[in-house]
Design a protein around this ligand. Structure first.
Ligand code: COA
Length: 188
């Protein structure tokens, strides 16, 4: 994808507008800060521990964009009284292959920004972009996986119209407990 993709999400009465854009090296310090949160460490697939780790993680996101199989977006929020936007989350479209009908989404929200609908709003923008961009290439449905006891993630799936599909058996070490598979189909 040659031009960087930037997605905009309108403000709500409780929450500023969001901007979604590909990860950059300038995000590393905020990523390390966000990665200190125990809930993120418990539930997210990969967490950044230090600046070197952060650089590797951002490089991996940039490779994903270059290869065209993984599209990670930093989710940023305007801060009142500042020209700098604050990192509040991550959404990713992954396992994209030309002609394959299925891909997967993932997300996290920084601890300080939770409970304000950041993840469902960002996920809605990612979902629309994914179908708009890849439907012509065969994409028909998006999968969302979470462990059974991750109730907050289940709520994000429900609010974002990813319907419950089935229980997935545990697959340690990356998926230690049973999970839920939710699916959203194009046009839903
Ligand atoms: C799951 C997660 C992404 C939700 O993000 P969010 O932007 O807070 O989403 P929402 O504001 O829609 O809140 C979703 C649910 O979180 C819970 N919640 C509400 N306020 C919260 C807070 N301050 N802190 C933690 N969870 C909260 C509620 O159950 C809420 O559901 P509700 O709207 O029915 O009350 C976020 O909790 C997170 O990053 N968790 C750690 C990483 C993770 O689990 N990623 C998903 C892996 S599958």
């Amino acid at each position: 994808m040659n031009t960087p993709v930037v997605l905009q999400v309108a403000a709500t009465p409780d929450s500023p507008a969001l901007v979604l854009r590909p990860w950059r090296m300038e995000d590393i310090a905020a990523l390390v800060e966000v990665g200190r949160d125990p809930a993120l460490r418990q539930w997210a697939n990969s967490v950044v521990d230090n600046a070197a780790d952060g650089a590797r993680w951002v490089e991996a996101q940039q490779r994903g964009w270059a290869v065209g199989e993984r599209f990670g977006f930093a989710v940023l929020e305007a801060q009142p009284g500042s020209i700098r936007e604050q990192l509040v989350g991550n959404v990713v479209l992954k396992e994209v292959t030309s002609g394959k009908p299925e891909a997967e989404v993932g997300y996290w929200t920084a601890a300080h920004a939770r409970g304000r609908g950041v993840a469902p709003r960002a996920l809605e923008a990612l979902t629309s972009w994914a179908f708009d961009t890849f439907e012509a290439d065969g994409l028909k449905r998006l999968k969302l996986l979470h462990q059974v006891d991750n109730l907050a993630s289940c709520r994000v799936a429900q609010k974002s119209r990813y319907d419950f599909d089935s229980i997935l058996p545990a697959a340690p070490p990356s998926f230690p407990r049973d999970g839920h598979l939710h699916i959203r189909r194009t046009g839903a």
